[in-house]
Design a protein around this ligand. Sequence first.
Ligand code: G1P
Length: 276
Amino acid sequence: MTDRIFKCIFPAAGYGTRFLPITKSMPKEMLPIMNKPLIHYAVEESYNAGMNDITFIVGRNKEAIVNYFDINYELEHIIQGTDKEKKLEGIRGLLEKCMFSYIRQRRMAGLGDAIKCAKHHVERMPFAVSLADDLCIAPQGDKNVLAKMQDIFQKEQCTLIAVQEIDVKDSSSYGMVGVEELGDNLFEVKSMVEKPNPKDAPSNLAIIGRYVMMPSIFGYLDKIKPGKNGELQITDALAQQVKSERVLAYKIDAKRFDCGSLEGFQQALLHLFGKV
Ligand code: G1P
């Protein structure tokens, strides 16, 4: 077993219904934050964390993601030698330095099901999972969230979940964790529940879309039944893992924007334009 994470899985098969009508014909992962799509930020974060083996779990109508992470020869030809080439530097760098794979999730059956689709690709190695609509922006000069999790993983060698404090009245939008504090923004996870009512939330710590998982998670995913909203929930599999393995929560210090909601998306834009 390696003590570093190289693979990062990006579940990207959802319908993005909160963004209709634009998501009728455009994947939500391609929504632009300035001139880059959300998924670009997520892949960049993964690459900067030393995880350059990128796997997208896609569904129907997600070709725009596949095309984005490929060369557009016609465009390259047209802008060759002009100063417009500069605009492609970032994406060209990612294309050169990362490997990309695509797995098709045939039915939208939940985040747990999406992650299960990557089982054969992961091959009994620990791996990361990143949900691109949680845009995380680290404080200036600081490491990004996945890079911090990579560091923690090297010491702890166990499943890790990124969390942040929320107002408990919003707990029904998140997976929530019950914890014991260890210090240094680390917690031992004791219990987990997907989108509970505020009165049932075990704490005010909510899961955000960054995980490092031990491959034993697939055994738990095989055992659980569909949960919240009739979907296979990764939180339910992790809740089982917590009972027999060490699982840690890392409280992020980055700013996190829920770009799966219009309000979070607007906040992200305002932040990047330096307005807040
Ligand atoms: C998913 C997870 C949830 C987590 C959230 C973070 O929910 O199921 O546990 O808190 O991502 O964004 P979703 O927002 O996809 O419904």
